[in-house]
Design a protein around this ligand. Structure first.
Ligand code: SAH
Ligand code: DHB
Ligand code: MG
Length: 224
């Protein structure tokens, strides 16, 4: 099995199930043209996020890590009229590209993009009494994942769904001795989820156009 094959199969699946969409394509193109890193979820992963939000009937969504707003647009499309999506981004250049993409998608009203390090904007959300959020997507700097999980739980309720991207990272996650802060951040995040009796969790490995990685899914089943 090779990256070439994973990419070809992703193309097959995406051609079938995720029809080309001018707004999402424009978001990817403008992100690329602005030199943003290609760290957006793939189209079929974006559709998975949208489906999960729809299955969950989410009305309020928190995203940590906006980049160019690609996953933001997928998630925003799952929301009913009157829904809200707050997305957090530390990099002003990324935020600028995202704002334009979100506007082009018609979601400027629905999406509240907060510029700044999430360690600063998360407490602000809590102070403003925002939340609880029905769905929280954690996809920013991986070393901070343990911190983001704590805030996600603070901003959640019983029934909230927490999704973590990039929990496998080419399989490096199993190296307990890794000196990579991202690997350690993901491992600690996974350990915290495993030890928390208030959440029901699984994680799955994925392969595709973005390589070999994985998602974690945690449903808050206990009282917070
Ligand atoms: N969710 C996006 C991809 C996010 S990539 C998508 O799928 O389309 C990760 C993003 O997190 C980058 O834009 C990066 O600038 C941002 N980020 C990194 N550190 C951050 C921090 N401390 N606070 C908020 N955002 C951060
Ligand atoms: C990276 C970050 C991501 O969120 C992602 O989905 C892929 C790669 C990265 O920082 O390398
Ligand atoms: Mg990611």
């Amino acid at each position: 099995m090779s990256q070439e094959q994973w990419t070809a199969v992703d193309r097959y699946l995406t051609d079938l199930f995720v029809p080309s969409d001018p707004i999402l394509e424009a978001a990817l193109r403008s992100s690329q043209e602005a030199g943003l890193p290609p760290h957006n979820v793939s189209p079929n992963q974006g559709k998975l996020l949208q489906l999960l939000a729809q299955i969950h009937q989410a009305r309020t969504i928190l995203e940590i890590g906006t980049l160019g707003g690609y996953s933001t647009i997928w998630l925003a499309r799952a929301l009913p009229a009157g829904g809200r999506l707050v997305t957090l981004e530390a990099n002003p250049r990324h935020a600028e590209v995202a704002r334009a993409n979100i506007a082009r998608a018609g979601f400027s009203e629905l999406v509240d993009l907060r510029l700044g390090p999430a360690v600063e904007t998360l407490p602000q959300l809590a102070a403003e009494g925002l939340g609880p959020f029905d769905l929280i997507f954690i996809d920013a700097d991986k070393p901070s994942n343990p911190h983001y999980l704590a805030w996600a739980l603070t901003l959640a309720r019983r029934g909230s769904l927490i999704i973590g991207d990039n929990v496998v990272r080419d399989g490096t996650v199993i190296d307990s001795a890794s000196t990579d802060p991202s690997v350690q951040g993901i491992r600690r995040f996974n350990d915290l989820l495993a030890a928390d009796a208030r959440v029901s969790v699984t994680a799955i490995q994925t392969v595709g156009s973005k390589g070999y990685d994985g998602f974690a899914l945690a449903l808050v089943t206990g009282e917070l």
